[in-house]
Design a protein around this ligand. Structure first.
Ligand SMILES: [Fe+2]
Ligand SMILES: [Fe+2]
Length: 323
């Protein structure tokens, strides 16, 4: 484990290390009256490495091959800050032998990103429970919300464990400061009443997004070679399907109790379905589509096909629910 930690740290610290080393070399050579070029090249190499890693990590941030319900705060999706430490990982141990340090860094970052999304789903379901309580929802819906939040706790723990195993770094969940700063917000014009917002959120973040997460995880499980990752994706697929069904139950509740405004909100949300973005598979040097598919990440064409299917199925079922 110590060796894994050292490899993971080395890749992250390579850029800053080269940069600082370059500055030191430049100063030493400058005071000795020699050319500063070698130090300058080291500094440039360090800066380039940092930019490259930043680019790779931001590309990986576009992947959403397994995630839970989106945590929206004041209209923006939020996740916890990056952090190192304990408290958010189970004991899962995928096979890492045969992977290069770079492949392990990329897979580690992919699972860290997924872990952050899963972790954010925990307060997302807590928020949904509060909203449902404020609208007088039946106990079954509130209970399902809390059970779903517990599912997301397990998903987050497993994803952090995989991120740690691949990267060699003890990733964990940091704070979500925006969650503590949130004030009751006046709805934007056009957002409608609480029922309308519940309809929109249920259709897009519940029925569609969690339905898509379930399909993506199931297809990923069918392709992945590692048994630990296969089991992880299979469990996530099953749980996310249940969460999507909760989204449909919440939608039915809102349509039943929300009157004409809720039905109008559903028609508007259905128009917004086509604008939902297909997850993007990053193009990262050293990891191709076959490698990612063997590790549970679907090819771009497959993601597009699944998204199209999910949108069509969601549209048909929502239209039937509104009839
Ligand atoms: Fe979920
Ligand atoms: Fe999840």
């Amino acid at each position: 484990m110590l060796v894994f930690f050292m490899i993971g740290s080395l890749i992250l610290l390579l850029g800053p290390g080269l940069f600082v080393w370059g500055i030191i070399v430049m100063k030493q050579r400058d005071s000795a009256g020699r050319s500063r070029l070698p130090g300058g090249l080291l500094t440039l190499a360090g800066a380039s490495t940092m930019v490259f890693l930043f680019w790779v990590f931001s590309e990986i941030g576009k992947m959403n091959f397994s995630k839970g319900r989106v945590l929206r705060l004041q209209g923006r999706a939020r996740v916890a800050r990056r952090a190192l430490g304990d408290g958010w990982a189970d004991d899962a141990a995928p096979e890492v032998a045969g992977l290069t340090p770079w492949q392990r860094t990329v897979l580690g970052e992919a699972w860290r990103h997924s872990a952050g999304m899963e972790h954010a789903s925990v307060p997302a379901f807590a928020k949904l429970s509060l909203k449902l309580s404020s609208l007088g929802a039946p106990s079954e819906l509130i209970e399902a919300c809390h059970l779903a939040a517990l599912d997301e706790v397990r998903h987050a723990r497993r994803c952090f464990a995989l991120a740690r195993a691949y990267s060699g770094l003890p990733w964990t969940a940091g704070a979500i400061p925006e969650l503590g700063q949130e004030r009751p917000q006046r709805p934007e014009p056009g957002e409608g009443d609480a029922w309308s917002r519940l309809v929109r959120g249920s259709l897009l973040d519940g029925c569609l997004a969690e339905g898509m997460a379930s399909r993506v995880a199931a297809e990923g499980a069918a392709r992945v070679s590692d048994p630990v990752v296969r089991e992880t994706l299979s469990v996530i697929a099953e749980d996310e399907e249940r969460h999507a069904e909760l989204g449909w139950d919440v939608l039915a509740f809102a349509l039943e109790r929300g009157g004409g405004k809720a039905r109008r909100a559903l028609r508007q949300a259905l128009e917004a379905l086509d604008a939902q973005r297909t997850p993007e598979l990053p193009r990262i040097p050293g990891v191709d589509e076959d490698f990612l598919a063997r590790n549970g990440v679907l090819p771009q064409a497959e993601l597009g096909r699944l998204m199209e299917e999910c949108i069509q199925q969601t549209r048909a079922r929502a239209a039937a629910a509104a009839a």
